[in-house]
Design a protein around this ligand. Structure first.
Ligand code: FES
Length: 132
């Protein structure tokens, strides 16, 4: 495992990003979710986000991904960041906020944070549409 950690460090991932990736923070599904959306980004990687929402507040968030270390680190960061937030606050988080939360990810992996943000946006949009 330390070889993987060394490689990730050399690639530009922060300790926090590596910890999220190795420990698979918030990876999984929420069976009684309020909304779930799976989205495939232009890179071909796929993320699914599950949210449990109560009175407009995100009570729990998990994700699954078929993707790179950047996708997993970003998914963990975003799901950590949105717990306890309103839908509007969660929607206000962008890829730079995700990268800042992580500390650092390689420049060419910023689009992985964008994939996480886009998937969250679609999950929230789907939730709103079903409630209209
Ligand atoms: Fe596609 Fe990272 S390369 S999400």
């Amino acid at each position: 495992m330390s070889e993987v950690v060394d490689l990730l460090k050399q690639s530009g991932y922060s300790d926090k990003a590596i910890e999220y990736y190795i420990n698979k923070v918030n990876v999984g599904e929420i069976r009684d979710h309020s909304t779930h959306f799976t989205y495939t980004g232009s890179c071909g990687d796929t993320m699914g986000i599950f949210l449990k929402i109560d009175s407009g507040v995100i009570k729990d968030a998990k994700f699954q991904a078929i993707g790179c270390a950047g996708a997993f680190a970003s998914g963990s960061a975003l799901t950590e960041m949105i717990k306890g937030k309103t839908l509007e606050q969660a929607e206000g988080i962008d890829e730079n906020d995700i990268v800042n939360h992580l500390g650092a990810i390689p420049e060419q992996k910023i689009h992985c944070a964008r994939l996480a943000k886009a998937t969250l946006g679609l999950a929230i949009e789907g939730y709103r549409q079903r409630r209209v």
